[in-house]
Design a protein around this ligand. Structure first.
Ligand code: GDP
Ligand code: GDP
Length: 437
């Protein structure tokens, strides 16, 4: 089940980042404590009235010259139109309407996506005189907010979640494996997809139409159904976006959000970059299964050590996803490309693996015997029992006496024990502690 995506657009200085940070609040700093995961302020997960969504700040406009601002605003609006389910269009209540606001409004009018029109910097309960001018933009009724004072943000969030489409919960049938192919420009994503689809046993099928069809590529292999998510973005080669890191990250995020399995494609001649880490970190946090694909292996000069050296380096760089299998392939020579579908199927099964409460508790009890739970000030962590509550990703709840005693390192030890017994290759596992009095 994918989460809806909400994008904020508006000219520079209307308060987009302030709003974003206010909503993201302390959530971001908590996430940053997680080891190994680089978190960037492009997106944040929001929960409001039990609805979860991803808020993205399309920001990143550098105000140097007017022409540049306009063209970057256009891209920002296009990215929002393409990827978001709901668009928040923000203007500045202190400054009133500017030509830049009119520009954006005219771009946004071309989409059918729901747009929420927000006037920021209304810091008191009195509406400014200029407020009614905003109606002339033709974007409907504006919602006044103050990002700094936190005024009316609840109403705005109510409005946002009321606009979520019904369909983004289940675009495809349960048995279709949704695959996001992600990575920097030029690593060979589109070549790999073409090579996989070019194999004769793969049938590109007509899975019933949704609005998203145009950008996805559904296919069948050995009677299993798959879909490559957002292949339009990959194949159309929208370099204008991809050259700007922020936009290519946003694209990747939205594809990851809709997927079950992520293929993280890395160019063997370049290695793992910061951007790869960011994207991989998101796939991990989003609880998706992942396979690390090292492409262009044909270009690497090899000796007896090359393979192991590469592997070690990748494991170091992407240490938070040590569960992900690594495949060395070449889209050009087709070396090992046929393995990719096998692995997708395999990690997808692992991602939805369910283990019985009995078997799980046997493993946990044995783990506790081998290595006593930690204690603090004379109080020891007690784990009463464990149970798997959901799949995709596997989520395990430990019922304990005191959550504070469940240190990260001990939970990681338990995760390792669980993996030694049940494998869960290619998928993150979420372990959550709940207190049972
Ligand atoms: P962005 O370029 O759209 O991301 O805008 P910023 O978030 O950087 O904000 C631009 C300026 O507006 C900053 O000086 C903010 O402090 C200020 N600002 C943002 N929101 C509000 C608000 O609700 N009220 C007031 N008075 N100022 C705000
Ligand atoms: P994308 O931007 O990630 O979709 O990358 P492309 O599929 O467009 O590939 C970028 C360039 O790398 C093209 O010139 C491809 O021909 C080349 N390329 C892709 N895969 C391989 C490979 O496995 N080996 C070699 N030698 N070149 C490759």
């Amino acid at each position: 089940m994918s989460k809806p995506i909400v994008a904020i657009v508006g000219r520079p200085n209307v308060g987009k980042s302030t709003f974003f940070n206010k909503i993201a609040g302390k959530r971001i700093s908590i996430v940053e404590d997680k080891p190994g995961v680089t978190r960037d302020r492009i997106y944040t997960d929001v929960e409001w009235l039990n609805r979860h969504f991803t808020l993205i700040d399309t920001g990143g406009i550098e105000p140097n010259s007017k022409d540049v601002i306009i063209s970057q605003m256009r891209r920002q609006a296009e990215i929002a139109i393409e990827t978001a389910h709901v668009i928040v269009f923000m203007v500045d209540g202190k400054e009133g309407i500017t030509t830049a606001d009119e520009e954006i409004a005219s771009m946004l009018r071309k989409t059918n996506k729901p747009i929420i029109f927000v006037v920021n910097k209304v810091d008191t309960n009195n509406l400014p005189d200029t407020f009614y001018d905003f109606y002339t933009l033709g974007m409907g009724e504006p919602i006044p907010i103050s990002s700094v004072n936190g005024l009316n943000l609840g109403d705005l969030l109510d409005e946002i979640i009321s606009k979520f489409p019904e369909t983004c919960e289940d675009e495809y049938e349960e048995d279709v494996i949704k695959v996001a192919v992600i990575g920097k420009p030029n690593v060979g994503k589109s070549s790999l997809i073409n090579t996989i689809l070019g194999e004769e046993r793969v049938i590109v099928s007509d899975i019933a139409g949704t609005t998203r069809d145009a950008i996805d590529t559904p296919f069948e292999f050995n009677e299993d159904k798959y879909v490559f998510i957002d292949t339009a973005g990959i194949r159309r080669k929208s370099r204008i976006y991809e050259n700007i890191e922020r936009y290519s990250v946003i694209r990747a995020l939205t594809a990851i959000e809709r997927s079950d399995v992520c293929l993280l494609v890395i160019d063997a001649t370049v290695g793992v970059t910061e951007q790869d880490k960011k994207i991989a970190g998101y796939a991990h946090e989003a609880g998706k299964a992942s396979i690390i694909i090292i492409n262009k292996w044909d270009l690497v000069e090899k000796n007896n050590h090359t393979f192991n050296e590469y592997k070690r380096d990748i494991r170091n760089q992407l240490s938070f996803m040590s569960y992900a299998p690594i495949l060395f392939v070449s889209a050009k020579t087709k070396q090992r490309v046929h393995k990719i579908l096998e692995y997708i199927k395999y990690v997808s099964n692992q991602h939805s693996l369910r283990i019985s409460t009995g078997a799980l508790n046997d493993v946990i009890s044995e783990a506790i015997l081998l290595n006593q739970p930690p204690s603090d000030k004379g109080k020891r962590l007690k784990i009463y029992y464990a149970t798997q509550v959901s799949v995709k990703p596997p989520r395990i709840v430990l019922f304990v006496n005191d959550k504070e005693l469940a240190h990260f390192s001990y939970i990681r030890y338990l995760e390792n024990q669980i993996r030694q017994n049940f494998v869960f290759e290619g998928t993150p596992i979420v372990i959550e502690c709940r207190e049972k009095k």
